[in-house]
Design a protein around this ligand. Structure first.
Ligand code: NAD
Length: 372
């Protein structure tokens, strides 16, 4: 059955961004050809590409377009040719502006280990085989934004640096709510992570997550863990987790730690979600975790799977197309199981393919899955 038209803004950006995003465009064509859904895809410039044409990393028009669509699909920004630009027009300002104006407070970073790539992890296969956890990081509050902040010179001439960890009840509730909702679609378990043993903001975090749970999500199993223990548990026994919800600082560290359990940057998707409107729709931006990889850009070498898996998240979270998201993820798994690899995930006995050929392989598997 065809579902209503869905609006997506494509922002391919710089370096390998456009190459990996082209493979996502092919998946959209595939879905449209099979009358699964119709999409209206518009495209804009961001990062260095926008700077070259307009002198800024994101124009007001592109920002307005991002606020108007159902979902933004983002490639990557940056490159050495823009490294010396003033901070205000640097490529990453484009992404920061999108996050800020779309109020994307919830950052979803799944860490999944595909069976075929289990050897790519630095951990023992039995520790990571079948791993599928979700780290949910609060993205717009906490110590990265708290006031007061700055560096001051004290009367004795020494200097003092200050940052402030600050969270309000509503900031904690809105991200915890996303965590509980995610858990309901997964294995019904949330682990809330802070440092309530040494930080008042952590005490508040723990109390408020518990309150929200008791009032609205008693069907989800909630546990609490200190962030330092969580870091240890992630490398000791990561499969104990389902959804981890945590603040901006701890989420920054723990999501990178969890990412490396999977062993490869070219495989990591992410989503950033904003608040729900009256009909339950959220502003959302989907992007691979990797950067613009200038060293391999334009060579048809990049692994498009992180971007493709980000698109699967888009289908699942923005359009409630869980069946199609499953097909995309399964197609990726099957392509890997057949030994098809881009250079970054090459192993003995597997075949190195180009970016486009990896796209071909995923589409081929999607064909097979939809006819079987
Ligand atoms: P990077 O992620 O671009 O690359 C790190 C290494 O991983 C490189 O060797 C690269 O070739 C490889 N790699 C990354 N993605 C790959 C893929 N899909 N397939 C195969 N190999 C891949 O990080 P970096 O080198 O630190 O940064 C390069 C540029 O990207 C910088 O300008 C940086 O500011 C920017 N950056 C942007 C984002 C973003 O847009 N969200 C994130 C990180 C870095």
């Amino acid at each position: 059955m065809t579902t209503p038209n869905k609006k997506i803004l494509f922002l391919p950006g710089d370096g390998i961004g456009p190459e990996v995003m082209r493979q996502v465009a092919r998946l959209i064509e595939w879905l449209e050809k099979r009358h699964v859904a119709t999409f209206t895809v518009t495209e804009g410039l961001v990062g260095g590409a926008a700077y070259e044409k307009h002198g800024v990393a994101l124009t007001d028009e592109t920002m307005a377009a991002a606020l108007e669509v159902d979902a933004v699909m983002f490639g990557a920004v940056g490159g050495p040719q823009w490294d010396t630009l003033p901070f205000a027009v640097r490529p990453e300002r484009g992404l920061l502006r999108l996050r800020k104006e779309m109020e994307l407070f919830a950052n979803l970073r799944p860490a999944m280990v595909f069976d075929a790539l289990v050897e790519a992890s630095t951990l023992k296969p039995e520790v990571v085989q079948g791993l599928n956890i979700m780290i949910l990081r609060e993205l717009t509050g906490g110590v990265y934004f708290g006031e007061p902040r700055g560096i001051e010179t004290l009367p004795d001439g020494s200097r003092r640096g200050v940052n402030t960890q600050v969270y309000t009840t509503s900031e904690i509730h809105r991200v915890a709510r996303v965590g509980f909702e995610l858990a309901r679609k997964r294995h019904h378990r949330v682990c809330s992570v802070e440092k309530a043993n040494v930080m008042e903001s952590g005490v508040l975090w723990r109390e408020e997550v518990q309150k929200l749970h008791d009032a609205e999500y008693p069907d989800v199993e909630l546990s609490h863990m200190y962030a330092d223990n969580c870091a240890m548990q992630l490398v000791r026994n990561p499969k104990q987790f389902d959804v981890i919800v945590t603040d901006n600082l701890f989420g920054d560290l723990l999501s990178d730690c969890a990412a490396m359990l999977t062993g490869s940057l070219g495989m990591l998707p992410s989503a950033s979600l904003g608040g729900a409107d009256s009909s339950g729709n959220r502003k959302a931006l989907y992007e691979p975790v990797h950067g613009s990889a200038p060293d391999i850009a334009g060579k048809n070498l990049a692994n498009p799977l992180a971007c493709i898996l980000s698109f699967a998240m888009l289908l699942r979270y923005s359009f409630d197309m869980g069946t199609e998201a499953d097909i995309v993820e399964k197609a990726v798994e099957n392509a890997l199981a057949h030994g098809i690899r881009t250079g970054d995930i090459l192993q003995p006995g597997t075949d190195q393919v180009s970016t486009v050929q990896m796209g071909d392989a995923v589409l081929h598997e999607m064909d097979r899955l939809s006819t079987s």
